[in-house]
Ligand binder design. Structure first.
Ligand code: MTE
Length: 315
């Protein structure tokens, strides 16, 4: 990732009010379906969130929770890897709503109650950052396809665009003199990638609701793509006919492709992607190198999505 010249500070985006109170509703969900439980002894903002196992577990040692929640990229809070954890305390992930619009039969707005009411699963996924480090993370969420089914995509819809919240008053990276990226952060997937069962909207990690630094209250997780596709704190999902913009692709198209599939054979222009460092096994960026796997090891599941495509050209 690189730093760029300042962009104008955008106005804040006001999320609609709702009567959502995380703890109350998680208690209610727990009573109704046994999916969620609330515990009084957790750190501020975190609420326990249980979920049934969702398959795909690679059975590799989990990256320690302390690493998962402290080594992040979330430029809305700053460009340093410790910034998201250290500078996101003022961010308010509730109330929240996600608007789903564009080429759909039934545009809708989902509040947190409605998102939490999807059938939550725990998905232990290998995650691989474009900066050549990796983690194994127990996300909690639900397949994005379940949400897309609700809004009934039209036949003309070919892509799905995602947008992060803009709140300079709560996100210090959006209000400094130096603005590292244009806001909002945006990402996109092809519709078949978005509908793939591995693609989830995550509401939690390590048995709890998402910490702010990991993209509270709802973020995308696509385990066969580099981490930057995992857009955080999503407020809008739009179905489109044309390929949508993605922030890093816009900023440096020669370095960050739209597809961003993990691919050991396509090097980043400034470094190799052949190996990766597994965080938690050898210290912070210590020596725990291992070969990077095509599609991050999810080739059996996703390679068919790209049959016939030149993956060097479509990196
Ligand atoms: N989403 C937003 N809104 N802003 C960001 O700066 N950074 C991306 C991605 N999502 C980013 C974002 C990058 S570069 C990475 S590597 C992942 O978030 C890292 O977060 P995670 O470790 O919680 O998956």
């Amino acid at each position: 990732m690189r730093l760029y010249r300042p962009a104008p500070i955008p106005g804040s985006e006001i999320t609609p009010e709702s009567a959502w109170i995380m703890r109350r509703d998680l208690l209610r969900l727990g009573a109704a379906g046994g999916l969620a439980l609330a515990a009084p002894s957790l750190a501020f903002g975190a609420t326990e969130l249980a979920a049934k196992p969702g398959g795909y577990d690679p059975k590799e040692p989990l990256t320690p929770e302390a690493d998962v929640t402290s080594i992040n990229n979330f430029y809305e809070f700053g460009t340093g890897k410790a910034d998201p954890a250290e500078k996101s305390a003022d961010f308010k992930p509730a109330p929240w709503s996600v608007k789903v619009d564009g080429l759909v039969g039934k545009p809708a707005e989902f509040d947190l109650d409605q998102l939490m009411a999807f059938e939550l699963e725990e998905r232990v996924y290998r995650m691989r950052c474009v900066e050549a480090w990796s983690m194994v993370i127990p996300w909690i969420g639900f397949p994005l396809s379940a949400l897309l089914d609700r809004v009934e995509p039209l036949g003309s819809a070919k892509y799905v665009a995602f947008e992060t919240v803009v709140r300079p008053e709560e996100m210090p990276g959006q209000r400094g003199v130096f603005q590292p990226l244009p806001w909002p952060y945006v990402e996109g997937l092809r519709l078949d990638e978005a509908r793939h069962p591995l693609t989830i909207l995550s509401l939690g990690v390590y048995g709890k609701t998402l910490p702010n630094q990991n993209g509270a209250p709802v973020r995308l997780v696509v385990p066969w793509k580099y981490g930057f596709k995992g857009i955080k704190s999503i407020v809008r999902i739009t179905l489109t006919e044309d390929e949508p913009a993605s922030t890093w692709n816009k900023m440096a198209p020669n370095e960050y492709g739209f597809y961003a599939n993990v691919n050991p054979e396509v090097d980043h222009p400034r470094w190799s992607q052949a190996t990766e460092n597994r965080i938690g096994g050898g210290g912070f960026f210590g020596s725990n190198d291992r070969p990077t796997l095509m599609f991050n090891g999810y080739g059996d599941e996703v390679a068919s999505l790209y049959a016939g495509m030149d993956l060097k050209a479509n990196f």
